[in-house]
Ligand binder design. Structure first.
Ligand SMILES: Cc1ncc(COP(=O)(O)O)c(C=O)c1O
Length: 373
């Protein structure tokens, strides 16, 4: 049992060391890479790229060192930089904005929708201005946005859609996978993700062969041939140990997502008459793979302490909207009231595939017992 599990009766998530059968397979995969000593851009990376592209239904997948690098290289490959504006949601992980800033472009923060805490395609459309080169919708918490109309309109206006699918592995948009509606989809395989590596890892998927090729060049110092640097690139490669681990876990992703959907539905039902607002239902062409199960409460901070005292781990995604973080607060930015209010109301409850019914019950009972102020 990990220290994490000892401290809480219900952990916020569970990592691979809690699953002995999976651990055996993963260690075998790592041992195989160690024995072959092909660590960088070797056969495991190549195989993972083919399998991830196939799973997503995308023409190409390029395996990268992180989700942040996937976003940065997508922007760089599209020549988005100084003087360009990129529309992003105020509620996301900061990396969505950092990628824009790191290529020298300007992030334009847009407010989110109050029931889902996600940006809407309509709000992104309305924010497109004369300098907008790109919009980055974020399928936050594992909930997908129905992007097809936005993608059509953006294409007419010469604006690129890069999907931040870092929390939405395997989630559907109609009958397509998250990450395949825009020109590029970016994924993080940080260990706690629905598909997680044993370190930092990421990928970009696209149907555009030229874009994929450019990202491949950028991830390894602009070289196709060793020491022949065609463009200024960087080091942003996935390594073969991470790829081998991801290949083992990818075979289970759809099953794990189905379990997350089922547990999300059970938690939602259990919280029906409780003092918290459970996640909103999904629409016909969107999906939710519950990377996070996010409720809302007027008394979030007091509720969090109450749950901690009952041995239930929680988290906040995210406590400060990006435009109000010290990194961005100096910029002149309009008041974004929904994101600012939600940052004080949202609370992520435990969810993970294999979460037993009694843990769902412990969470629901603890919330039902939350004393009114
Ligand atoms: C929405 C979102 N975007 C981008 C990232 C960045 O991914 P990484 O941590 O792999 O760089 C994350 C990772 O948590 C994320 O959740």
């Amino acid at each position: 049992m990990t220290a994490h599990a000892q401290r809480y009766r219900v952990p916020i998530t569970r990592l691979d060391n809690e699953d002995p059968e999976l651990m055996d397979e993963l260690l075998e995969a790592v041992q195989h890479v160690a024995a072959t000593a092909r660590f960088i851009l070797g056969p495991e990376v190549e195989a993972f790229e083919a399998e991830w592209a196939d799973h997503c239904g995308a023409g190409h997948a390029v395996a990268l060192s992180s989700g942040t690098d996937a976003l940065i290289l997508a922007l760089r490959a599209l020549d988005i930089g100084p003087g360009d504006e990129v529309v992003i949601p105020a509620n996301s992980f900061v990396a969505t904005a950092e990628a824009v800033s790191l290529v020298g472009a300007t992030p334009c923060f847009v407010d989110v929708e109050p029931t889902t805490a996600l940006i809407t395609p309509g709000a992104m459309r309305a924010a497109i201005g004369p300098r907008t080169r790109c919009v980055i919708p974020v399928h936050l918490y594992g909930r997908t946005l129905a992007l097809e109309p936005l993608a059509r309109l953006a294409a007419e206006r010469g604006v690129a859609v890069i999907e931040d699918a870092c929390q939405a592995h395997g989630a559907l948009i109609g009958n397509r996978r998250a990450g395949t509606v825009g020109i590029a989809g970016c994924f993080s395989f940080y260990p706690a993700k629905n598909l997680g590596a044993w370190g930092d890892a990421g990928a970009l998927v696209t149907d555009d062969a030229r874009l994929a090729e450019r990202v491949r060049l950028l991830r390894t110092h602009g070289e196709r041939v060793r020491y022949h640097h065609e463009i200024v690139g960087t080091t942003a490669r996935l390594d073969d140990i991470q790829a081998a681990i991801l290949r083992v876990k990818l075979r289970r992703l759809d099953t794990w997502n189905a379990a997350r959907r089922q547990i999300g539905a059970a938690l939602t039902a259990a919280l029906r008459d409780s003092p918290v607002t459970p996640p909103a239902a999904t629409g016909a062409d969107s999906d939710h793979v519950f990377h996070q199960f996010v409720v809302q409460s007027d008394e979030r901070d007091r509720l969090r302490v109450h749950l901690m005292n009952r041995g239930i781990a929680t988290a906040i995604h995210y406590p400060v909207p990006i435009h109000q973080t010290p990194a961005y607060a100096a910029r002149p930015v309009s008041h974004l009231p929904v994101a600012e209010t939600l940052a004080k109301r949202i609370l992520s409850l435990p969810i993970y595939p294999g979460m037993p019914d009694h843990e769902v019950g412990l969470v629901a009972d603890a919330i039902a017992d939350f004393p009114a102020a």
